[in-house]
Design a protein around this ligand. Structure first.
Ligand SMILES: [Zn+2]
Length: 120
């Protein structure tokens, strides 16, 4: 298992920069959003788990409302779960079960109790 780097926390200066880059609006609903405080969170545009080293760059952040962020995070979680389920099904990971094939019984012959085989 890969060791995840610690999640980045933005400084007030970084938040101000990212907020200004976004024009002061939530990129999910398009309404004005505060720079800091309980109503705003800084979202990773591309989900961080895809590439923790690269996706913690400032350019991947955007200000969003807490309410908007919750909805997006739920969608991301569903997508992440589906991705992992499908990866587990990739060819070579698991061989499907199959019946062992054997020669069919000959219907024109019969075994006697004394060990002889005769035609029906
Ligand atoms: Zn919003």
């Amino acid at each position: 298992m890969r060791i995840m780097k610690r999640r980045r926390t933005l400084t007030p200066g970084q938040k101000a920069f990212v907020h200004a880059e976004a024009g002061g609006v939530c990129e999910i609903c398009g309404n004005l959003v505060p720079v800091d405080g309980p109503g705003v969170e800084y979202d990773h545009r591309l989900q961080r788990w895809l590439d923790p080293d690269r996706l913690d760059e400032l350019a991947n952040f955007r200000p969003v409302h807490v309410r908007c962020h919750l909805r997006k995070t739920a969608q991301d979680a569903a997508l992440r779960a589906k991705t992992k389920r499908q990866a587990a099904l990739a060819p070579g990971v698991k061989r499907p079960k199959s019946a062992i094939s054997s020669a069919p019984f000959r219907r024109d012959l019969r075994n006697k109790m004394n060990g002889r085989v005769e035609k029906r």
